[in-house]
Design a protein around this ligand. Structure first.
Ligand SMILES: [Zn+2]
Length: 117
C-alpha cells in the first residue's frame, strides 16, 4: 500500500493521491514534474485555433462592411458566408479531435505514472 501524498491542495485539504516519488509526494505534487505538467497544460495549439477564429471573424466583418457599403454583391456575400461557416465547422472539428487525442495521451501518461497501464 502506497503512502499518501503529504502535499496540501489549493483548497487546504490534504492531497489524497498515493505518494510515489522519493519525497513522499504524488506525481502531481512532485516538483520534478512541475515542468512536465506545464508542458502538458500548455500543449494543444489552442493559440493557433484562436488565431484562425480571430482571422475568420475579421474576414466576416469585412464582408458585412462591404455588403453594407454596396461594394459586394449580396449573393456573393451569401456564398462567402457559407464558406466561412464550413471553415468554422472544420476549425471546431479540428479542435475536438485535438482535444480528444490530447486527453487520451494525458490519461495514458497518468496511467503509466501510477503504474496501472
Ligand atoms: Zn499530491
Amino acid at each position: 500500500m502506497a503512502a499518501q501524498c503529504t502535499a496540501t491542495k489549493r483548497n487546504k485539504e490534504r492531497c489524497t493521491l498515493p505518494a510515489n516519488g522519493p519525497h513522499g509526494l504524488c506525481w502531481a505534487h512532485d516538483p520534478a514534474n512541475a515542468e512536465k505538467r506545464r508542458r502538458v497544460a500548455s500543449r494543444g495549439g489552442r493559440g493557433k485555433a484562436n488565431r484562425e477564429v480571430a482571422a475568420l471573424k475579421d474576414e466576416l466583418k469585412s464582408v458585412i462592411t462591404d455588403v453594407r457599403a454596396g461594394d459586394l454583391d449580396r449573393n456573393d456575400a451569401a456564398v462567402m458566408i457559407q464558406g466561412y461557416r464550413a471553415l468554422k465547422d472544420l476549425i471546431a472539428l479540428e479542435r475536438q479531435v485535438k482535444e480528444t487525442d490530447e486527453l487520451a495521451a494525458e490519461i495514458e501518461e497518468l496511467k503509466r505514472e501510477y503504474g496501472v497501464a
